[in-house]
Ligand binder design. Sequence first.
Ligand code: SF4
Length: 226
Amino acid sequence: MPETTWIIDETTGILTVEGLPQSSLAAMTNEWLPPSVAVNCARPLASSSIQALPILPATTEASLRVHRIYHHSVVEGPGRRSVVQMSGCEKKCIGCYVPETHEMNGGVRLSTADIAARLLAEEGAPRDGITILGGEPFLQPTGLLALMTLLKAQGQHLTLYSGFTLEELQQRANAHIPNILALTDILIDGPFVKELTENAGEWRGSTNQRILHHPVQYLSPINRIA
Ligand code: SF4
């Protein structure tokens, strides 16, 4: 019997069910619940306070190309979260739910200070943390580290998604990656595999993806920060 998770958002009253086959849920909703809408991580509901992002002139500040910012997510990490979705991904996983995030020059470029302010806005409260996903966040490591540093200074719990496995991240020759992982409370790693979606479990799109708490602890000593 697959495990199911039922999440009620106390602020909005929205019920989210994870792990139940859609056919079973459809039968149930016909009887005693209103019609349901399918959600996945990185594909928010229209009720998620999705922000309209401005097109800004080039900036010399630390910045990131962003596809979307939204609030009230209960399927992308523990609790109720505000989410920033980066633009740019080269993995091209078959069946990816968000091909609109793949363009490397897509989205809009925002300063990390602006992104942090939007994520911490009052409309996202109450909030248990921030989730950063993509696209592929690790393709913009300089801005990613700057954003996570700002958010961690505000005491935020940070969940980070990557299509790379932790082992692949270690092999990328980028000095920021160990520091990013040191600021990460939860890393959900690995590509989306369409054949492995059944019973993927909370927060994940497919069963190959791992939930790694404090992933810096798994780095080999040579990659650890001092
Ligand atoms: S890594 Fe994520 S965004 Fe990139 S193709 Fe795979 S599922 Fe889509």
